[in-house]
Design a protein around this ligand. Structure first.
Ligand code: NQM
Length: 363
């Protein structure tokens, strides 16, 4: 390879990478020490590794959908309260964007097993390992517990999650109530872009809207919702007004907040959802999105409170286009009047490949 060509590809020897499914998403996992520390260089590399921008991501690892166009960067944490640092990157599919404004609860499920594989975290002595994971995107700390028999990550098991064929080993994810108030504006409901909405954040900033108020039933196929230009415009108008109220500023190029359309449960669950993430409709629902929905609908006066069949206990069955996501969410109101919540969810993960990935050359 000539000097010019080496400069263009910048990484002729490739980058160490593990592709893992985490929950209902799939992403490329890297050690922080294997990728550039400079955010601009790192993001450019991610676009070239995943094959963006291109609707099919034909020249890279991405799968042509936001749920399969993700990356995770993991390192040992310097924070006393955490074992690992996890930076999530949402790589645009047909846009040359790399977003760090949100975390991803689905890929979070694979962070612990990946860290054990790479020797960042010792496996627990009793065949189970618990990792405290700092979510570098949002600042919180999550706890993941997963099986490591014989000291290695074991993905096998008999747990099925809707949206993923077959079964795998359980990974329990917990997020504490510490992060901040669940209602960022302090209001259970308010009007945005002419619609009654609730802004809620229990791990993921989400806007709750009654599907009927947007003229849909909420039972449509995700593809049909994406094809409804009038609906997409109304959702995006709400989202852009909500962004600054979450403290996110101008969110036109960001993937948060998400907008979740709510309707009454149809399959014996708590509530039915369709999540705009935000330019496509989720094939199921994100873990932290589900936790945020569950926290929001428990609050009297919030959008969805009257649509839901609320359980007596904390287990909420959030219905989505591929089935149901069960999340345990405790919500309480403090002496200061602010609502706080925590969540516990079960996910699975699987190692798909471990090797060297070669970035597309710089153009
Ligand atoms: O909400 C999709 C996903 C997510 C986010 C997205 C997530 C979560 O399902 O916890 O995991 O936000 O685009 O992976």
């Amino acid at each position: 390879m000539g000097a010019d060509e080496t400069a263009r590809s910048a990484h002729p020897e490739g980058i160490r990478c593990m592709l893992l499914r985490g929950g209902t998403s799939k992403g490329a996992f890297f050690l922080a020490s294997d990728v550039p520390a400079d955010p601009e260089e790192r993001d450019d590399l991610m676009l070239r590794l995943l094959g963006s921008p291109d609707p099919r991501q034909i020249d890279g690892l991405g799968g042509g959908h936001p749920l399969t166009s993700k990356a995770a960067i993991v390192s040992v944490s310097e924070d006393r309260d955490a074992d690992l640092d996890y930076l999530f990157l949402q790589v645009g599919v047909d846009r040359a964007t790399v977003g760090a404004a949100q975390t991803c609860g689905n890929l979070l499920a694979a962070v612990g097993p990946f860290a054990v594989e790479r020797g960042l975290l010792p496996a627990g002595v009793d065949g189970m390992t618990t990792a405290r994971i700092r979510l570098r995107n949002t600042g919180g700390v999550a706890t993941a517990t997963f099986a490591t028999p014989a000291g290695i990550s074991d993905y096998d098991g008999d747990v099925a999650i809707d949206g993923v064929p077959g079964t795998a080993g359980a990974i329990e994810l917990r997020l504490g109530a510490g992060a901040g108030p669940v209602l960022p504006t302090g209001l259970a409901a308010q009007e945005l872009a002419g619609r009654r909405v609730t802004l809620v954040d229990n791990g993921m900033p989400v806007v709750l809207v009654d599907a009927a108020s947007l003229g849909v039933s909420g039972d449509e196929d995700p593809g049909a919702l994406e094809a409804d230009a009038r609906l997409c415009a109304a959702v995006e108008e709400i989202r852009r007004e909500a962004g600054p109220l979450f403290g996110l500023g101008d969110v036109r190029e960001q993937t948060v907040p998400k907008v979740v359309l709510l309707s009454p449960p149809r399959h014996g669950g708590t509530i039915s959802t369709q999540a705009f993430i935000p330019f496509r409709v989720h094939a199921s629902i994100g873990v932290l999105m589900a936790a945020s929905v569950a926290a929001g609908i428990r609050i009297p006066g919030a959008v969805g409170h009257d649509l839901a069949r609320l359980p007596a206990g904390p287990e909420h069955d959030i219905e989505h286009p591929a089935g149901v996501l069960r999340t345990r969410v405790d919500v309480s109101r403090g002496d200061d009047g602010a609502w706080r919540a925590s969540s516990r969810s079960m996910r699975t993960a699987r190692k798909i490949f471990d090797g060297i990935v070669f970035p597309r050359p710089r153009r």
